[in-house]
Design a protein around this ligand. Structure first.
Ligand SMILES: Nc1ncnc2c1ncn2[C@@H]1O[C@H](COP(=O)(O)OP(=O)(O)OP(=O)(O)O)[C@@H](O)[C@H]1O
Length: 635
């Protein structure tokens, strides 16, 4: 088809769904259309300024680009015009006909039907343009790509019902007009006064001037002067002195930046001076971004150089474990006219990255120290991401460790224990921080390994899941105290065991030696070792692993990478004070089946999967049957 012809094209299916959703779930928030379209206009101007670094001619027509809002009360039109980068015909078709974001599928999967939640998701997915259809029954876009001739402009039009048209047109300057024909039920919006108010509410932080036609009273009548006047301050919010920014303006800027309509949990705004001069405005969100676990996601922190937007790849500005941070870094010294690739390698950027990391950690320390309830919220949302920092950022390991929160045997299921708090509560003679791991903290709390600790009233941290297991590889000590996994090795409670216990242990080892030998013989290769323990008070047996055995998280990782790694063999420990064990010692007719059964029970209690669950059930049933048959309890 010739490029000059008018084409009618269908929206991508997802766009149709999105439009439907927008119009129906965002109606109570209908004012957001203006925020979204002004935000697109401001992005387009940022992009033009960036392109003009290589090609200054692009800024010749409009050296001071602006956004203009027109309100035509007679024709019921609202127009948003910008002197930005504009779009070519094919870009119009691509950007305003499809949703290009890779996470679209995920987006639809996340929809809950709850209007409030879905509205937030829409914001996060950056589908701002389509919000025009909340209030308009026809949208016309006239756009000319910067650098293209006047007659290469494109007109896009749609009533938001499945199709749109594109045709060739002319436009005097580079940039874009978005013309909204407002629905009859939304006519109250077509008022200069109303629009000005909305702009002041939502767009004051926009660094480009937003202009509206100036009116004046003449003989008691309001008439148009034909001049434009700015409705916003038109300077980047982060470059203004803190004292001149209200709390609401900070929050509004966060909404703009993150497309998150809830308020941030906290923020920090600083001007860093010295060899590298830059401004940081950093926010912690109060909702979890949908792409938090997508390690490839890039949005979050935007880099500006002297107010010119350069890139929004946060991985270059912050380590991955702080990927939930939103904000702006604006450097005074980075070279403006370098390619993004070179920029990424400059030493200055590394200095900014280190400084920003430290600033985020201070902000979190401050939140933890002064607003404990908000820190709990933060921890519930981002705690598992922060833990990644122990491996990723060794230079800040101690600061990260202090920010960790744990569930412990003393915290009633709440993740409220800090390592410092734990150490302050340690018993006299206790030299280590003890922890146990499980699938969940509830499962960890049921571990038989805790029996002795409960008896002696020693606090144990309850770790759960693969992230915690992974974390323990990097955190082996804190503040001079070893972190000890109570499921590893022969537990030595050091000064916490009294002389009597030590004597008892030695006695038990000799007394039970024949039983231990019989267990070893029966279990053969299935175990690393069998021994007696005093760490259990109730359960007959438990399993532990050799202190040098591979960490289960590491084993899983190696397997995922295609390596054939054997499971670390368990060490079976038996409790001499359990009646089953003591009677097995006395019983002359010990059978190997008992050894297997006790091992399998211990594995189940440790939350492990049995290699042969059917064999376990069969064995247990057979033993029950034998017991019932001959009327004796054990044999
Ligand atoms: N005024 C404009 N000038 C130039 N391009 C625009 C303009 N408005 C929209 N676009 C293009 O259309 C695309 C889609 O816009 P839309 O608002 O739906 O999402 P987005 O801007 O990419 O995401 P977000 O809303 O998160 O910023 C934009 O990425 C941009 O390329």
């Amino acid at each position: 088809m010739s490029e000059n012809k008018k084409e009618t094209l269908g929206f991508q299916t997802e766009v149709k769904q999105m439009l439907h959703l927008m119009v129906h779930s965002l109606y109570s928030n209908r004012e957001i259309f203006l925020r979204e379209l002004v935000s697109n206009a401001s992005d387009a101007i940022d992009k033009l300024r960036f392109a003009a670094l290589d090609n200054p001619a692009l800024l010749k027509q409009d050296p001071h680009p602006s956004i203009r809002i027109g309100v035509d009360e007679q024709k019921q039109l609202i127009t948003i015009s910008d002197d930005g980068i504009g779009m070519t015909r094919s870009e119009v078709i691509e950007h305003l006909g499809t949703i290009a974001k890779s996470g679209t599928k995920e987006f639809f999967a996340h929809l809950s039907g709850d209007q409030q939640k879905d509205a937030q998701l829409i914001g996060q997915f950056g589908v701002g343009f389509y919000s025009a259809f909340i209030v308009a029954d026809k949208v016309t876009v006239i756009t000319r790509k910067a650098g293209d001739p006047a007659d290469a402009a494109t007109m896009w039009e749609s009533s938001g019902e499945g199709e749109f048209t594109v045709e060739n047109t002319t436009r005097d300057h580079f940039g874009t007009d978005v013309i909204l024909s407002i629905k009859s039920e939304d006519r109250d919006l077509v008022s200069k006064y109303r629009i000005r108010n909305i702009l002041q509410k939502y767009s004051d932080h926009i660094s480009t001037p937003i202009l509206m036609g100036k009116d004046e009273y003449k003989e008691d009548k309001l008439i148009e002067t034909g001049e434009w006047e700015a409705v916003n301050q038109g300077s980047a919010i982060w470059a203004r002195p803190k004292s001149e920014i209200t709390e609401d303006q900070y929050k509004e800027f966060f909404h703009h930046l993150s497309h998150d309509s809830s308020d941030p949990l906290c923020w920090t705004h600083n001007k860093v001076e010295g060899r590298n001069e830059y401004i940081q405005l950093l926010y912690v969100p109060s909702t979890v971004p949908y792409d938090l676990w997508d390690r490839e996601s890039v949005h979050g922190l935007k880099l500006y150089v002297k107010r010119v937007f350069i890139m929004d790849d946060s991985s270059k500005l912050l380590p991955r474990y702080l990927r939930f941070i939103r904000g702006v870094i604006d450097s005074e010294d980075l070279p403006l006219n370098v390619s993004r690739e070179i920029l990424q390698q400059t030493r200055d950027l590394r200095v900014i990255r280190d400084g920003t990391t430290k600033r985020v950690l201070s902000m979190l320390e401050d939140l933890a120290a002064n607003r404990a309830a908000d820190y709990d919220k933060f921890w519930a949302m981002f705690g598992n991401v922060l833990k990644e920092g122990l491996g990723e950022d060794p230079s800040n390991k101690d600061r990260i460790a202090k920010l960790l929160r744990f569930v412990s045997t003393s915290s009633e299921g709440k993740p409220s224990v800090t390592l410092e708090g734990y150490i302050s509560r340690m018993k006299t003679g206790q030299n280590s921080v003890y922890y146990v791991t499980g699938e969940t903290t509830e499962a960890a709390a049921k571990s038989p390994l805790l029996e002795l600790f409960r008896k002696k009233d020693i606090e144990v941290l309850l770790l759960s899941g693969p992230i915690d297991e992974w974390m323990t590889q990097f955190m082996t000590e804190f503040d001079g105290k070893q972190l000890v996994n109570i499921a590893k090795g022969d537990l030595d409670l050091g000064e916490l065991s009294d002389a009597e216990e030590k004597e008892e242990k030695a006695k038990v080892q000799t007394e039970y030696q024949p039983l231990v030998e019989r267990f070893k013989e029966s279990l053969g290769d299935e175990v690393e070792d069998v021994r007696m323990t005093l760490r259990l008070t109730d359960s007959p047996a438990c399993i532990v692993t050799d202190p040098n055995a591979l960490n289960p998280a590491f084993v899983r990782m190696m397997r995922a990478a295609g390596q054939d790694v054997p499971d670390p063999k368990p060490i079976l420990e038996l409790n001499p004070n359990n009646p089953l064990v003591s009677r097995l010692k006395e019983s002359g007719a010990f059978s190997g089946e008992w050894a297997k059964l006790l091992l399998e029970q211990a594995q189940l209690m440790a939350g492990e999967q049995l290699k042969d669950p059917a064999g376990f059930v069969k064995r247990m049933n057979q033993m029950l049957l034998d017991t019932a048959k001959d009327g004796t309890t054990i044999n």
